[in-house]
Ligand binder design. Structure first.
Ligand code: SF4
Ligand code: SF4
Length: 255
């Protein structure tokens, strides 16, 4: 059996966001959709303590590809649009999804719940495509980021004679490279890349090697060895979903 898993080493994570950007570029996800955060790879930030004894923590979050996924329990389609693959990925089949959003309601990680004490900020695990907004809207944005100071996206693109980059194309039986409106979408562990022998885009992009990916059912894999070496934790273990994203060690930034 194969159970793909990810380990995030919080001591190596510097909170740079390269993983989230790589995910957006790879999977053509929107910045926001109908006012809601739309990130397959996301973060929560946690500040604890009172100045000057404060601690700032960054916690990368994504779909946990749970072994007992709450998201799939009430999916009404037959076969289920959200399902487990043979190698342990929680996948959404875009064709079967009818956009009822019960998976979003049922996934304990897909709400703005406090994951750990002091966590704040929006994050998303399952996103809903309410509008089919063109990808890379930055190139069409006429607003200055800082009024009177910076150029707008459209001005920058004009000066640089840049055209919108072509979206990343891939071919997958369950999900399209850009999803249709009125369906949900989420992290796929970059299954289309795994099939080509590549790592998920977020793992490859991480400059500090904080994200490690592999088969947890294989005892000689790097993920298995890391879990043996370090004490690990998962988010909200009390929900009983058996996550396959593990965190090891402690946060990188303390002050
Ligand atoms: Fe499903 Fe949520 Fe677990 Fe991902 S994190 S497998 S969406 S229950
Ligand atoms: Fe299933 Fe789609 Fe409804 Fe989610 S939104 S429960 S994947 S049909």
């Amino acid at each position: 059996m194969t159970q793909y898993s990810m380990i995030i080493d919080l001591q190596k994570c510097v909170g740079c966001g390269a993983c989230a950007l790589a995910c957006k570029a790879e999977n053509n996800t929107e910045l926001r959709n109908n006012g809601q955060t739309h990130n397959w790879a996301d973060f929560v930030h946690i500040t604890t303590g009172t100045f000057p004894n404060t601690k700032y923590q960054t916690l990368p979050v994504l779909c946990n590809h749970c072994s007992d996924p709450a998201c799939a329990k009430n999916c009404p389609t037959e076969p289920k649009a959200i399902f487990k693959t043979a190698d342990g990925i929680t996948m959404v089949n875009n064709e079967r999804c009818v956009g009822c959003r019960s998976c979003q309601d049922d996934c304990p990680y897909s709400m703005e719940e406090v994951l750990k004490d002091g966590a704040y900020g929006e994050y998303s695990v399952i996103s809903y495509n309410s509008d089919n907004i063109p990808v890379h809207g930055f190139y069409r944005d006429g607003k200055e980021l800082i009024p009177g100071c910076t150029s707008s996206g459209i001005d920058t693109a004009r000066v640089l004679r840049a055209t919108p980059p072509h979206r990343t194309k891939y071919d997958h039986p369950d999900y399209e490279d850009v999803r249709e409106e009125s369906v949900v979408e989420k992290c796929t562990f970059c299954d289309h890349r795994l099939k080509n022998g590549e790592l998920p885009a977020c793992v490859e992009a991480c400059p500090s090697g904080a994200r490690v990916f592999g088969d947890i059912d294989h005892k000689n894999s790097e993920v298995s060895k890391l879990l043996e070496k370090h004490k690990s934790f998962v988010l909200m273990p009390e929900k009983g979903t058996k996550p396959n994203v593990f965190y090891v060690r402690d946060y990188s930034v303390t002050a």
